[in-house]
Design a binder for this molecule. Structure first.
Ligand code: TYD
Length: 215
């Protein structure tokens, strides 16, 4: 097991780290099977994972994070505890093997939810990010963007909401704005998917972006 943090991605191989982000109800999870198929077409190993979670410990922390009320900074620390484990056990070894790693959420979600929506200071998250990830960043981030009303409407017709999904429209607006700001600050890494369209059109946008990325 990795004891220190040499999180530097081996540059000699073409490993790629892809993350999916967006508000609850933006519909990103629907597109995962198709993205996996596209990545598999290259005959490279594909590791599909998620946050919070991705490891046995991470999934136990996810249960707490999604259902237990807690201070926003406790939440942030637990997100990064789960992330540390996820990087050590899953993400870094997979990238070192040359795999494509697809993660349903990563650190941008902490900036959007814990900083943007819940007011945790960005400097604190930056310090944790530096500690846990060093220089490791996703190579591509698909941001599924929808207006807040659409996200709320989709959630209300879905399954039983978790802690985050029961929040107010104002909370969701702060998440959306924080994500869009992250995208603006990292224009090369982020690709915004307009998810306020029929499923087939969203899928076509995703396909275009992934195809372009794999070239
Ligand atoms: P989500 O990825 O939407 O899974 P599901 O589709 O099963 O609901 O749920 C994860 C929740 O965790 C989501 O509401 C966002 C939240 N979250 C944070 O608040 N901070 C983080 O750093 C991460 C990774 C997730």
């Amino acid at each position: 097991m990795l004891m220190t943090t040499p999180m530097i991605k081996p540059e000699s191989i073409h490993a790629k780290f892809i993350t999916l982000e967006g508000m609850d109800g933006a519909g990103k999870s629907t597109h995962i099977p198709h993205i996996i198929k596209m990545l598999q077409a290259s005959e490279r190993e594909v590791v599909s994972t998620r946050e919070p979670g991705g490891t046995a410990l991470g999934e136990r922390l996810r249960e707490l994070l999604l259902h237990e009320p807690m201070h926003p900074e406790t939440e942030t620390l637990l997100m990064f505890a789960a992330r540390r484990e996820h990087l050590a056990e899953v993400i870094v070894p997979a990238l070192a093997r040359g795999a494509y790693v697809l993660s349903d959420r990563f650190t941008d979600a902490t900036y959007a939810y814990q900083c943007g929506a819940k007011g945790v200071l960005a400097e604190k998250v930056e310090a944790l990010e530096q500690w846990v990830q060093a220089t490791l960043q996703p190579d591509l981030t698909l941001l599924f963007d929808v207006p807040v009303e659409v996200s709320i409407q989709r959630l209300s017709s879905a399954r039983l909401p978790d802690k985050f999904e029961r929040e107010s429209a104002d909370f969701f607006t702060r998440i959306r704005n924080a994500y869009l700001q992250r995208a603006q600050q990292n224009p090369t890494r982020f690709k915004i998917i307009d998810a306020n369209q029929p499923l087939a059109q969203v899928a076509a946008q995703v396909e275009r972006v992934v195809t372009e990325f794999l070239k």
